[in-house]
Design a protein around this ligand. Structure first.
Ligand SMILES: [Zn+2]
Length: 138
């Protein structure tokens, strides 16, 4: 498990985008619990929302969760999952290229990544260690 600290990228449910997206930790409750995150897509700062529970309605049992750290999906876990599922061939990343959601790109600095989201001339790419917003279609 990677250490959670302020400034690290995590996957959290964004209350504004209504999607599970890459967020940067801005405040920690303690060394295992994230207090606040900033959405890398819309820059909204909000309380950390576990992406694995955000889609479920209601409470999942009133079991005592104290002492049990909530499962945090790290960027590398997400990357591994995405990369293992995709069948797409990687394309070298270039600013003048045009990419789509699910495309696998090969970045000269960050290595292989998968396009998670496309917003106009920007793409959000999950790399092995971080989620980056890159430009395309220039
Ligand atoms: Zn957002």
């Amino acid at each position: 498990m990677s250490q959670l600290t302020v400034g690290k990228d995590v996957l959290s449910y964004c209350t504004k985008c209504k999607l599970n997206l890459g967020h940067t930790i801005v405040a920690m409750k303690d060394d295992k619990h994230i207090a606040k995150v900033k959405c890398n897509t819309c820059n909204t700062i909000h309380a950390y929302k576990d992406p694995s529970t955000s889609s479920k309605q209601g409470k999942t049992r009133t079991k005592k969760t104290e002492g049990v750290p909530s499962k945090v999906i790290s960027v590398s876990d997400l990357w591994m999952e995405k990369m293992s599922k995709t069948k797409n061939k990687s394309t070298p990343y270039a600013m003048d290229g045009r990419f789509h959601q699910g495309d696998v790109i090969d970045h000269s600095k960050f290595g292989p990544g998968i396009v998670e989201k496309v917003v106009d001339d920007k793409i959000e790419v999950i790399f092995r260690h971080e989620i980056k917003t890159l430009v395309h279609n220039k």
